[in-house]
Design a protein around this ligand. Structure first.
Ligand code: ZN
Length: 382
């Protein structure tokens, strides 16, 4: 027996009900009976021969990467776009999106996290005002078809054989990384080519690139051409880290910059934001915070000086002129990939391409040292 959707063959993961077997492995998405064939989903198709409207023209690096990626896709292969955080990897997809839409083909953008789905959908709406864009995620499931679909990886179960071009962002992030059920859903929903995007590919992805089983396009240059921010690493006891953090915040706020402070645990958000709020306008945010969107808006509107957060905010968030500090950076939650993403929040905009990052830790862990090494390498290779 084999599940037609997730390819599960483990006998322990089949259920029996009224004469038919069904798959329990992927039942969270909907029930699939063994022996059923998965019918292709029905989606609208529209031929659209337009161009994106962009606030800034793409840099020559972005243009070159866009064309290179499209060429690989057109040869029928999948492509991996390996781009530094803030290098504008979303824009790299536009050339390919246009090419597929001009042939009436279906394009989908799938991302690990819901928060980023909403953000990317908003960016696509801006870039493609003539197209309908729909976000499909938890609490956003009443409409599931449009000219462009942006969804969480989980929602791909709705679209068997649906997409000619499936763009997968944050492939190295939870919950996609290492989740073989989601990988099967990706395979099933894509009948054409896949475009993977990441600033921090996993070891197995890097190996595939090395062995040339995966085509890669590299973009380490940010649109403004300024180097990536390499954090200063400062070691010391928690008490010393707090004093250094305090002065870092004072300096940033005097220079009219806001600060994102990353901490390892949710509990740290509470006490640290309480402490900092004695001196600055500070709040804490983590996955269980109720008014997440509201706090982020207040931070964006500069009503807050400091936002203390967990790795919840490590990806996909762009806030102008933000400086970044990490406290207790030796903690295991701060992997190399996560630190690279975190310091990638700094200096993302044309208005303010420079910035500061500080990595406070009891000792420089291998992840901290590797993060610094990779960022330097990326700067050297452009
Ligand atoms: Zn299944």
């Amino acid at each position: 027996m084999k599940c037609p959707r997730c390819q599960n063959e483990d006998p322990r993961l089949f259920g029996y009900d009224k004469g038919t077997y069904y798959c329990r492995k992927c039942i969270a998405f909907s029930r699939v009976n063994i022996g059923d064939t998965i019918a292709p989903c029905v989606l609208s198709h529209r031929v659209w021969k337009g161009h994106p409207s962009l606030e800034y023209e793409l840099t020559k690096y972005q243009k070159a990467c866009s064309l290179q990626a499209l060429k690989i896709l057109q040869s029928g292969k999948d492509v991996f776009v390996y781009a530094a955080a803030g290098a504008g990897k979303t824009e790299i997809t536009f050339e390919s999106i246009c090419a597929y839409l001009s042939q009436g083909k279906k394009v989908c953008f799938a991302i690990s996290r819901r928060q980023v789905v909403l953000e990317i959908a908003a960016r696509l709406r801006k870039a493609f005002p003539e197209l309908s864009v729909v976000e499909v995620a938890q609490d956003y499931t009443s409409i599931t078809d449009a000219d462009l679909i942006v969804c969480t990886m989980h929602q791909l179960y709705r679209y068997p054989y649906g997409f000619d071009l499936l763009i997968l962002d944050e492939v190295d992030a939870f919950p996609y990384a290492g989740n073989d059920l989601l990988e099967k859903l990706v395979e099933l929903s894509c009948k054409g080519q896949k475009m993977y995007l990441s600033a921090t590919p996993s070891l197995s992805m890097l190996e595939q690139m090395e062995k040339k089983t995966m085509e890669v396009v590299q973009l380490f240059q940010r649109p403004h051409g300024k180097p990536l921010i390499v954090p200063q690493v400062k070691e010391g006891s928690l008490f010393r880290q707090l004093i250094l953090l305090f002065w870092f915040c004072v300096k940033c706020i005097r220079a009219h910059k806001q600060v994102l402070v990353f901490v390892p645990r949710k509990e740290d958000c509470a006490w640290l934001s309480f402490l900092l709020n004695r001196f600055f306008k500070a709040r804490g945010i983590h996955s269980q915070t109720k008014e997440k969107d509201e706090l982020l808006d207040r931070f964006r509107n500069r009503e807050l000086d400091i936002l203390v957060c967990t790795t919840l905010l490590e990806r996909g968030i762009t806030i102008g002129s933000v400086q970044v500090a990490v406290l207790e950076a030796q903690h295991a939650v701060f992997t190399t990939a996560s630190l690279i993403q975190i310091f990638g929040r700094v200096g993302r905009t044309f208005k303010d391409p420079y910035g500061k990052g500080v990595c406070l830790c009891r000792y420089a862990s291998p992840s901290v040292r590797q993060c610094v090494r990779i960022l330097r390498q990326m700067n050297d290779s452009v």
